[in-house]
Design a protein around this ligand. Structure first.
Ligand code: PLP
Length: 379
């Protein structure tokens, strides 16, 4: 039995299921991969903590020298409480209240605002504070449209077409020191990221006072074995060239979320029953979309392995949960034969897993465990 299978089974036995398991070493390895890929750029990484905001995960991020990107007041509070300096937190809210803005600005946290409709308020109450603008570059991507955030129909960002409005407010005294965009989270190729970056860099020529340009994320991970990861080297090369011909000196920021934590996390579930339907077999596990919503909400593929049965033979199942409606982790999935009591590992669940979980049907939330070296602890 592979070493990690034995460890995961031990965790399932000792802690119980369902349980999220995160591997510290994998997070560090992913951080280092990004650092290596962009080493020839003047860049900073801000972990998009929405992907997984557990304090123990944030501590790993902090220890490795990254900042964070927060999307809500409570995320800011969490980052501060873990020890992030306010200067290393950027705040990129969607449709925030004025009270939310007040909280962040009073803490000296840099704001990326995504609508010109906030300008009057900001100018009136924070005339001395330089802000960042989240721009919508009008980039269409081929991936999942629920997480495509830079096209014309998206609620996110200030449309590039509103440049005249921005210029009017700059004349009135609005201080802008950064531009931001996020193309989406299911970007199939680096070319889509490059198209967005090209639009933003062109747009940025209108601003002489920029400290940085934030290109968001879009660093896809391999969910399906046939998926390809974003070609980071090609993207980095493109950016290096683009920055050479850019007329101002700016830093680049990136906001990776799932790239850092997704593959480091798994959800372990126990098989309650294997049942025969009319024409298919169901594996019913002690979890559901209330614990991991990605398969149902995004039609996301998550690889599943039967830790309790290492045999190579496979059978076809739908892997389903305990909820009162369609609640399927995988359709027509080949697994090594499953029996009641078997522990299944749902892979690649470290991002947008526990953080999107709920108590639906009054089920309890899974436990969470961190593996550090050869040891693990409940977190
Ligand atoms: C503004 C912003 N930055 C970064 C991210 C992180 O994206 P990902 O998890 O795909 O890296 C998101 C995701 O929604 C986002 O909205």
């Amino acid at each position: 039995m592979p070493q990690d299978t034995a460890l995961y089974l031990q965790i399932a036995n000792q802690i119980g299921t369902p349980v999220y398991v995160y591997e510290q070493a994998k997070i560090v390895e992913r951080i280092n991969r990004l650092k290596e890929a962009f080493k020839n750029l003047p860049f900073q990484l801000h972990y998009a903590m929405k992907a997984n905001e557990h304090p123990e995960i944030l501590k790993i991020i902090l220890k490795n020298g990254l900042g964070v990107d927060a999307v809500s007041v409570n995320e800011i509070k969490q980052a501060l409480s873990v020890g992030f300096d306010h200067k290393d937190i950027i705040y990129t809210p969607s449709c925030p209240s004025k009270k939310d803005l007040d909280f962040a600005l009073a803490k000296g946290i840099h704001l990326h605002i995504g609508a010109t409709e906030y300008f009057d308020y900001l100018l009136q109450h924070y005339p001395q504070t330089a802000i960042g603008l989240r721009i919508n570059p009008d980039t269409h991507i081929a991936g999942n449209q629920k997480i495509a955030t830079a096209h014309q129909g998206s609620k996110f960002g200030i449309p590039v077409s509103q440049l005249p409005v921005i210029k009017k407010y700059i004349k009135a005294g609005l201080k802008i020191d950064s531009l931001h965009l996020h193309t989406g989270s299911d970007v199939k190729t680096w070319h889509d990221l490059a198209r967005s970056a090209e639009v933003l860099l062109d747009f940025a020529q209108n601003f002489s006072s920029l400290k940085y340009i934030d290109l968001g994320s879009g660093f896809k991970v391999k969910y399906h074995p046939n998926d390809t990861e974003i070609d980071l080297q090609a993207y980095a090369k493109f950016l290096q060239k683009a920055l050479k011909s850019f007329k101002y000196d700016v830093q680049i920021k990136f906001e990776p979320g799932k790239f850092l934590v997704s593959e480091a996390g798994s959800l372990l579930v126990k098989t309650n029953i294997v049942k025969q339907g009319f024409y298919k077999k169901f594996v019913g596990v002690n979890s559901g979309f209330h614990h991991l919503i990605r398969p149902m909400y995004y039609n996301a593929y998550h690889h599943i392995t039967n830790l309790s049965n290492p045999s190579a033979a496979t059978e076809k199942y739908d892997v389903v949960g305990v909820l009162c409606e369609e609640d399927t982790f995988a359709y027509n999935r080949f697994l090594s034969p499953v029996k009641a009591g078997d522990i299944l590992r749902i892979h690649n669940a470290g991002a947008y897993g526990y953080v999107m979980a709920s108590h639906y049907n009054l089920h309890i939330l899974p436990a969470q465990v961190l593996i550090e070296g050869n040891t693990f602890r409940k977190i």
